[in-house]
Design a protein around this ligand. Structure first.
Ligand code: HEM
Length: 364
C-alpha cells in the first residue's frame, strides 16, 4: 500500500477510535449525572427507600412482577422507619391512614396518572379516564344504573343465576373448585347487567367450573388476588338448621352467627380483591401534602406520583391491633368500634371510588 494511503487509513482509525471513546465518556457522564441528580438533587431525594428504586422504575417493575408487592412495601416502610417511601424516581408510597381521605377525596381528589391507567388499554372507560371533567360527565350518566334501587331491581337476575348454580351443585359429584364456581356466577350476573349478554359460564363445562373466560381473565390479570365471597355460606344458612350445622362444623356455625355484614366486611378487609396502590398525581398549587413531617412536592419537570393501598390500610396494627392479619368478623359486630369503617377501603373512597360497590351492600 502507498505510504500516503496508509496515513489516511491510520488517521481515520485514530478518528473513529477517538469518536468512540468520546461517545463512551459522554454516555458515562450522562449516566453519572442522572444518578447523582436522582439520588442527591431530585425533589424526592429527601425520602428514604432502596437506592435502586430512586435510580430507575425498573426496581418497582421487578417487585410488582415477581412478588406480592404490598408485603415488600410494608417491610420496607418498617425497615426505613418511614410513612413515605420512595419507590421510583418520581413516586412515593404512603402508609399513613390519616392521609387516605386527602388523596382519595370526595370533593378534590388527586388526579389519576396516564402513566398507570393507560396500561389497561381501555381509554376513556370510567376507570381509566384521567381527565376529571370527562370523568365527571361519564360518572353522572352511569350513576343511576348503580344506585341502590337499580341494583335492588337486579335481584331476580341474581337469584336466577344462583338457582342455576345451585342446580349444577346438586348434581355435582366429587370435589369442586368453589372459587371458580363463584366466579362463573358473578361474571354471568355482571355481563348480563352491563352488556345484556347471557354468557353461559356455569354450564360451559359439565364436570367442572373451568371456563374459557376465566382462563383468559387469569392470564390477563396478575394483580387481582383471590376473592373471598360467601354466597355458598349464605345458601347453606337458608337450607340448614343451625343446630345441625353446629354439629357438623362448629366453626362455620359460629361464623354464620356473626352475621353476613361482619363476615363480608372482614372478608373484604383481609382479602381485598384490589389490594394494591392506586397511584395519583400530587397537585400543583393546592394545600401541601405532608407525610412524616415532610412536604411531598408536586413535580416540576415530571409529575410526582403518590399512592396508598387497601392492603396497607387493612393491616395497620395501630388501627386493627396485633391481630390485624387474622380473620375476625367479630370486629364488626354491633357495639364494636364504629370508627373502623373509615379505614375499610376495598372499593377505594371519594369521587373515584368503585361505582359497583352497592352490589356488596353492607359495606357501601
Ligand atoms: C368486590 C368487588 C369489587 C371491588 C373490591 C372493587 C374495587 C374497586 C376499586 C378499588 C376501585 C378504584 C380503582 C382506582 O382507583 O383505579 C374501583 C373502581 C371501579 N369499579 Fe369496582 N370493585 C368491585 C366490583 C365492581 C363491580 C361489580 C363493578 C361494575 C359492575 C365495578 C365497576 C367499577 C368502575 C366502573 C370503577 C371506576 C370508577 C370511577 O373511576 O369513577 N366494580 N373498584
Amino acid at each position: 500500500m502507498a505510504p500516503s494511503k496508509l496515513l489516511v487509513l491510520q488517521d481515520t482509525r485514530w478518528l473513529s477510535h477517538n469518536v468512540l471513546v468520546g461517545l463512551v465518556v459522554l454516555a458515562l457522564s450522562t449516566l453519572l449525572t442522572i444518578v447523582f441528580y436522582r439520588v442527591a438533587l431530585h425533589p424526592l431525594s429527601a425520602f428514604p427507600g432502596p437506592i435502586s428504586a430512586a435510580l430507575s422504575s425498573k426496581w418497582l417493575y421487578r417487585i410488582c412482577s415477581t412478588t406480592f408487592p404490598e408485603d415488600v412495601l410494608k417491610d420496607l416502610h418498617k425497615k426505613y422507619y418511614t410513612k413515605a417511601l420512595r419507590i421510583a424516581p418520581n413516586e412515593i408510597h404512603i402508609s399513613d391512614p390519616s392521609i387516605y381521605k386527602i388523596i382519595y377525596s370526595q370533593t378534590a381528589p388527586y388526579e389519576k396518572p396516564d402513566s398507570f391507567y393507560q396500561c389497561f388499554n381501555n381509554p376513556h372507560s370510567l376507570t381509566s379516564e384521567t381527565d376529571q371533567s370527562l370523568h365527571r360527565e361519564r360518572r353522572r350518566l352511569l350513576n343511576p344504573y348503580f344506585s341502590k334501587k337499580a341494583v335492588g331491581d337486579l335481584s331476580p337476575l341474581v337469584w336466577s343465576k344462583i338457582e342455576k348454580l345451585e342446580n349444577k351443585l346438586r348434581n355435582f359429584k366429587g370435589p369442586l373448585d368453589a372459587y371458580d364456581a363463584v366466579r362463573c356466577l358473578t361474571v354471568e350476573v355482571i355481563t348480563k347487567f352491563c352488556f345484556g349478554i347471557d354468557v353461559d359460564l356455569i354450564d360451559e363445562n359439565q364436570v367442572s367450573f373451568e371456563a374459557n373466560f376465566l382462563d383468559t381473565f387469569d392470564a390477563a390479570s396478575h394483580t387481582i388476588v383471590d376473592m373471598v365471597f360467601a354466597p355458598t355460606f349464605n345458601r347453606l344458612k337458608f337450607i340448614m338448621p343451625m343446630p345441625i350445622l353446629t354439629r357438623i362444623d362448629k366453626e362455620i356455625a359460629n361464623l354464620l352467627r356473626l352475621g353476613e355484614t361482619s363476615c363480608m366486611k372482614e372478608s373484604l378487609r383481609i382479602a381485598s380483591p384490589v389490594p394494591g396502590r392506586l397511584p395519583r398525581i400530587v397537585p400543583k398549587g393546592k394545600a401541601p401534602l405532608i407525610v412524616d413531617g415532610k412536604v411531598i412536592p408536586s413535580g416540576v419537570r415530571q409529575q410526582t406520583i403518590v399512592g396508598m393501598s387497601a392492603y396497607a390500610m387493612h393491616r395497620d396494627e395501630n388501627i386493627w391491633g396485633q391481630d390485624a392479619y387474622e380473620f375476625k368478623p367479630e370486629r364488626w359486630l354491633d357495639g364494636a368500634d364504629k370508627s373502623l369503617d373509615q379505614f375499610l377501603c376495598p372499593f377505594s373512597k371519594g369521587l373515584r371510588s368503585c361505582i359497583g360497590q352497592k352490589f356488596v351492600s353492607p359495606v357501601s
